[in-house]
Design a binder for this molecule. Structure first.
Ligand code: ZN
Ligand code: ZN
Length: 131
């Protein structure tokens, strides 16, 4: 398992790599523990963290939210404790949720409506990431 976690891989950026490219927005950020790719969670419109895992086979990710250090294994679908990754270990604390500032639709739909496909990881979002 350790071979697939690279503690020296720096995060790809302060926000979801794909969303930043497409001027999109996200709810929570997840960091690939293998290559450092930062993607958005399954509550986000893009769900790029899960897409990254399925397209690359990188099975381990860690929360990229401040104060959170839990890992998730896409293969076993288990949350677990892993090693400390290269800093920074979370997005900037002043970045809003959902974020980033200026790109979230002003309707408020971001937090009140969950995508219908948000089934697989609902317990990660609601059970581990309270708030
Ligand atoms: Zn994204
Ligand atoms: Zn990766």
């Amino acid at each position: 398992m350790d071979a697939e976690i690279d503690v020296a891989a720096a995060p790809s950026g302060a926000g979801c790599a794909e969303c930043d490219e497409a001027q999109g927005w996200w709810v929570h950020l997840r960091r690939c523990a293998t290559c450092g790719h930062v993607g958005c969670c399954d509550t986000s419109p893009g769900q790029h963290a899960t897409r990254h895992a399925t397209t690359t086979g990188h099975r381990f990710m860690q929360s990229f939210e401040p104060g959170e250090d839990w890992y998730y294994d896409y293969v076993t679908e288990q949350v677990f404790d892993g090693p400390e990754l290269a800093p920074p270990r979370s997005r900037p604390e002043d970045q809003p949720v959902p974020g980033p500032a200026g790109r979230v639709p002003p309707t408020g739909a971001a937090t009140s409506t969950e995508p219908s496909s948000n089934r697989g990881l609902w317990w990660v979002e609601s059970g581990v990431v309270v708030g």
